[in-house]
Design a protein around this ligand. Structure first.
Ligand code: KE4
Length: 440
């Protein structure tokens, strides 16, 4: 058990708040969703992460998804070192971009052309620009609780950190922009049909996380994605799959491989960069032909396609194999079952949603299949559970509304240790932590 005292993380966090808003460079890292002081990380290797106080944890954040091969694998470090020796960025075309682009198309055939950018946000904001240009329409449909990065159009009833912090509709987003973002309900095709009826001929795109990761993990209900495909075809709407989490995560070809559906445009991130800043958007050649300089839709980036990030992505995607997914699927199922058993034996209401190697334990007695059911979860119970796990050497996501990520570096003994810690932590989740309840 780690007893928390004034730690180096605490001292660094106090200093960080004098220079970084909230002391972090991305809100979800600040532990606002669980209370307490964020851990400052010194190093990581495989499935483990070590904080500046020398404490090591089994990591289930895994940089929020990119690290399907674990932290700092030897092959990736070698690939980066050799590419860096030749230069880090040229602002000019390189063969590496072609290699990664051709690899993406081989894994995801719907991505006939691809443009690399530097984040998932850049990918999604560019994809809706292409959809608006292609259709001459301005409205987009997103789903309550889904998160597509922080571009203005998406900060309307958004998930992930926006949901965690209770600002799903961010200040600073112009009313006119927000007005063009229509809200549907995840796993409810009817809700999309109604929007098409009331906004006939005005919707450019439907953008969806084909398996939601930012409500926490919520798999698509049977027929949901097919229903969106049919509506998009009927209404002449561009269907965008935001596969920033699911791409290369749930299968080599993402949810499009699993569902057998083709998106018109696909947004990618995380695994495609192997832990370096890479995003990508791509899809039908006729749509992507609109992107400058091939077409008039402007989008650009100083570091887009830079050799370091491209080499990390190539290494990361080359390492994908059927064996890898079988291992991840098996571990995900074991961990989900172990958490559910621990909660049952402790008399704690828990719903564990799992999809391959991503999962979320919702502290709720109600099954979670949408945003409305997810927000019924007891975030204070999650916070108590989180801190109890941290004290036992396990580092889950610091928010009830995020996905836990496994990697090929996670072993059975990591899962066994996590379940053992969970069996004790569930008892603490059930009631207030000694002395004071969680201040989130
Ligand atoms: P980035 O701009 O953070 O690279 O990607 C935005 C994004 C787009 N689409 C989906 C489905 C995403 O999950 C994300 C980002 N995911 C969050 C975690 N849920 C990133 C973590 C953070 O915000 O710090």
């Amino acid at each position: 058990m780690f007893r928390r005292r004034t730690t180096k993380s605490a001292r660094l966090f106090a200093r960080a708040q004098q220079i970084l808003p909230g002391g972090v460079d991305s809100p979800v890292r600040a532990f606002k969703g669980v209370g307490g002081t964020p851990l400052f990380i010194k190093s990581a290797r495989g499935s483990h992460i070590t904080d500046v106080d020398g404490r090591t944890y089994i990591d289930y954040v895994m940089s929020w998804g990119p690290l399907i091969h674990g932290h700092a694998p030897r092959g990736l470090r070698r690939a980066l070192a050799s590419v860096a020796a030749a230069g880090t960025s040229f602002g000019a075309p390189t063969e590496l971009e072609l290699q990664l682009g051709e690899l993406v198309r081989r894994l995801m055939p719907s991505v006939e052309r691809v443009r690399f950018v530097n984040s998932g946000t850049e990918a999604t904001m560019s994809a809706i620009r292409v959809a608006r240009a292609a259709t001459g329409r301005e409205r987009i449909v997103k789903f309550q609780g889904c998160y597509h990065g922080h571009a203005d159009s998406f900060l309307v009833q958004a998930g992930s950190g926006a949901l965690t912090l209770g600002v799903p509709d961010s200040p600073g987003v112009a009313a006119a922009v927000a007005a063009d973002t229509l809200m549907a309900t995840f796993n409810d095709v009817e809700s999309v049909d109604r929007l098409c009826h009331t906004n006939s001929g005005r919707i450019a795109a439907i953008i969806v996380e084909p398996v939601a990761g930012n409500i926490g993990v919520v798999p698509p209900a049977a027929g949901f994605l097919k229903g969106l495909r049919d509506i998009a075809d009927r209404e002449g709407i561009v269907l965008i799959f935001d596969e920033v989490i699911s791409g290369f995560r749930v299968a080599p070809g993402g949810m499009q491989e699993i569902s057998g559906l083709r998106a018109d445009l696909t947004c990618l991130g995380k695994i495609i960069g192997g832990g370096l800043p890479v995003g990508a958007y791509g899809g039908r050649a006729d749509l992507m032909a609109l992107v400058a300089p091939a077409g008039p839709v402007y989008q650009a980036g100083t570091l887009s396609g830079n050799p370091l990030a491209m080499s990390a992505g190539i290494w990361s995607l080359h390492g994908l194999s059927g064996k890898l997914y079988r291992h991840l699927e098996r571990l995900g199922a074991r961990l989900a079952a172990g958490l559910a058993d621990a909660a049952r034996d402790a008399g704690v209401p828990l719903q564990v949603n799992v999809f391959g190697s991503i999962l979320t334990p919702f502290f709720s007695s109600q099954p979670v299949h949408s945003y409305d059911s997810a927000i019924l979860a007891d975030t204070r119970a999650y916070a108590r559970f989180f801190h109890a796990m941290l004290a036992r050497g396990v580092y889950p996501p610091p928010s009830q509304f995020e996905a836990w990520f496994l990697s090929t570096a996670h072993r059975d003994e990591d899962v066994d240790a996590t379940i053992k810690a969970a069996r004790a932590a569930m008892k603490e989740a059930a009631g207030p932590v000694d002395g004071s309840d969680v201040k989130t």
